[in-house]
Design a protein around this ligand. Structure first.
Ligand SMILES: Cc1cc2nc3c(=O)[nH]c(=O)nc-3n(C[C@H](O)[C@H](O)[C@H](O)COP(=O)(O)OP(=O)(O)OC[C@H]3O[C@@H](n4cnc5c(N)ncnc54)[C@H](O)[C@@H]3O)c2cc1C
Length: 406
C-alpha cells in the first residue's frame, strides 16, 4: 500500500480541511485531539449531537456508510483522511463511538433493509445515541458465558438479566444486546443478538462512578423487557457471529486511537524549559524514551493502515485489530506515566495527565483485555495450540458454575 495521498485523496483532504476550517476552530500547530474523549455531562452530549448533525447536513458524517441512508458512500481511505483532519480541530467529545463505531457497522452487516432504514439514518444525524449491552457480572472476557435470557413470547422476546460496564447507557435511546435463548445448546450456539429500546418498560439503568470521578458506566437491569422479533439481528442462534462483528469494530476503533495526540503533548512537555533553564529534551535518556514511544506509535499507525487495506478490499477487521489495540493500550498508559514522572512532584497534581493515567487502564480492559488479545493473537495469528476449554461441547446448562452445592 502506498501511504501517500493519491491525487483524488489529496483533493478529498483539501475539501475536508476547507469545510472544517469554516465550521470549527483549528487546534494549535501539530496539536491533535485525543480520539478517546467522551462527554460526561448533558451539555457535552448536546454539543456532540449538534456537531454530528452539522456534519450530516453537509455530507461529512459516516463517510463510508451508504448514501441512501444519509452517509457519504465514500471509501475507508477517505474516512481515515476525514478522521485525520477532524483530529486537528477543536470539536466536541464524541458520544457516538459505540453507535457509529460499533452498532451501525453491525446493523449494516447483519440487518435487514427495514432495520437499516429504521436505525441507520438517525445514527448518522446523531439524533439517537446507542450503547453496547454485552458484559455481565460473570461474563466479560468469557462473553459467551452470558446469562441474560431471551424467551420467545408470541411476536416478542422477553428479556431478563443484568448487564454491567455499559458505557453511556444513561444517555442512550437504543442498545445492542446479546442474550441466551437456548441454555440446552453449547454456549456460543445458544445466543441471539437484538436491538433493545432503552426507554422500554423494565429497563433500569444504575450509575457506576469510576476511580477518576468519571460518570460513563452503568449497570443495566432487565425485568421482563419486551423486544419485538423485528428487532432481532440475524438468525436465532447467530448471536455470537454478530457479536464478533461488533467486537472487531470495537478493537479496530480503540487500536486506531493509537496515542498519537498524547505523543505530541509529551513532546511539547519535554520541550518546556525547567526553572533552571534546561529542557527535559536536552537529556539523551529522555530523547531515547521519546524515540521509543514514537517508534511504537508508528508501528500502531502502520497496523492501522493494514486494517484499512483489509477494509478497502471489502473485508472485515481481523485479528490484526487485536494487535493494534494491545500495543496502543500499554503505550498510552506508559506515555501518561512518563509525562507525570517528567514533571516531578508537580506531575501528580497536573490533572490532564493524572486523569488519563487513571482512565487508560480501562482501555486495556474494554473490548478485550490484554491477556485475551494475546490469546487471540497466539491462536489466530501465530497458529499456536488453543487454550484448554473444559466447557467445549457441553450444553450451557451443564457447565459447572459457582461453588459446589450452590
Ligand atoms: C472503559 C470500559 C468501557 C466498557 N464499556 C463497555 C460497554 O459499553 N459495554 C459492555 O458490554 N462492556 C463494556 N466494558 C466491559 C468490558 O468489555 C469487560 O470489562 C471486559 O470484557 C473484561 O471482562 P471482565 O471485566 O468481566 O474481566 P474478566 O473477564 O473477569 O477478567 C479478569 C482478569 O482475568 C483475565 N482473563 C480472563 N480470561 C482469561 C483467559 N482466558 N486467559 C488469560 N487471562 C484471562 C483478564 O485478562 C483479566 O485480567 C467496558 C470496560 C471498560 C474498562
Amino acid at each position: 500500500m502506498d501511504f501517500n495521498d493519491t491525487p483524488d485523496e489529496a483533493t478529498f483532504r483539501a475539501q475536508a480541511r476547507s469545510w472544517l476550517e469554516t465550521n470549527a476552530k483549528p487546534l494549535g500547530d501539530g496539536e491533535r485531539r485525543g480520539a478517546l474523549a467522551e462527554p460526561e455531562d448533558r451539555e457535552a452530549v448536546d454539543r456532540s449531537q449538534a456537531w454530528q448533525k452539522q456534519k450530516a447536513d453537509a455530507g461529512w458524517a459516516c463517510i463510508t456508510w451508504p448514501k441512501e441512508y444519509g452517509g457519504r458512500g465514500a471509501t475507508p481511505m477517505q474516512a481515515a483522511i476525514w478522521a485525520q483532519e477532524e483530529q486537528c480541530f477543536e470539536v466536541p467529545p464524541n458520544i457516538f463511538s459505540i453507535g457509529i463505531g460499533m452498532a451501525g457497522p453491525t446493523i449494516l452487516a447483519h440487518g435487514t433493509d427495514e432495520q437499516k432504514e429504521k436505525w441507520i439514518p438517525k445514527l448518522i444525524t446523531g439524533e439517537e445515541i446507542w450503547c453496547q449491552l454485552f458484559s455481565e457480572p460473570a461474563a466479560g472476557s468469557d462473553l459467551a458465558g452470558l446469562r441474560t435470557t431471551a424467551v420467545r413470547d408470541g411476536e416478542d422476546w422477553l428479556i431478563n438479566g443484568q448487564k454491567i460496564w455499559t458505557s453511556g447507557a444513561h444517555w442512550s435511546d437504543w442498545g445492542v444486546i446479546v442474550a441466551r435463548h437456548d441454555p440446552s445448546a453449547v454456549k456460543h450456539a445458544g445466543l441471539t443478538y437484538f436491538v433493545v429500546d432503552m426507554h422500554a418498560p423494565g429497563v433500569e439503568v444504575r450509575p457506576i462512578t469510576t476511580i477518576n470521578g468519571g460518570r460513563i458506566f452503568n449497570e443495566v437491569f432487565f425485568s421482563d423487557v419486551r423486544i419485538p422479533d423485528a428487532y432481532r439481528l440475524d438468525a436465532v442462534g447467530n448471536g455470537w457471529r454478530v457479536a464478533i462483528t461488533t467486537l472487531m469494530n470495537e478493537r479496530a476503533s480503540i487500536g486506531a486511537a493509537g496515542g498519537d495526540a498524547m505523543i505530541d503533548e509529551l513532546l511539547a512537555l519535554a520541550s518546556e524549559p525547567q526553572p533552571d533553564g534546561s529542557r527535559p529534551l536536552d537529556n539523551a535518556a529522555v530523547r531515547q524514551k521519546l524515540a521509543d514511544f514514537y517508534v511504537r506509535s508508528k508501528g500502531i499507525e502502520n497496523a492501522g493502515k493494514r486494517i484499512l487495506t483489509t477494509l478497502s478490499k471489502g473485508g472485515l477487521p481481523g485479528p490484526e485489530a487485536s494487535l493494534a489495540k494491545l500495543v496502543a493500550g500499554s503505550l498510552m498508559q506508559e506515555l501518561a506515566d512518563y509525562a507525570i514522572g517528567l514533571q516531578g512532584q508537580a506531575g501528580v497534581i497536573q490533572s490532564s495527565w493524572t486523569d488519563r493515567y487513571l482512565s487508560i487502564p480501562g482501555i486495556r480492559i474494554a473490548g478485550g483485555t490484554d491477556e485475551v488479545l494475546r490469546n487471540i493473537i497466539s491462536e489466530r495469528v501465530l497458529g499456536l495450540p488453543p487454550e484448554a476449554r473444559a466447557d467445549k461441547g457441553l450444553p450451557f446448562k451443564d457447565i459447572p458454575s459457582g461453588p459446589p452445592n450452590a
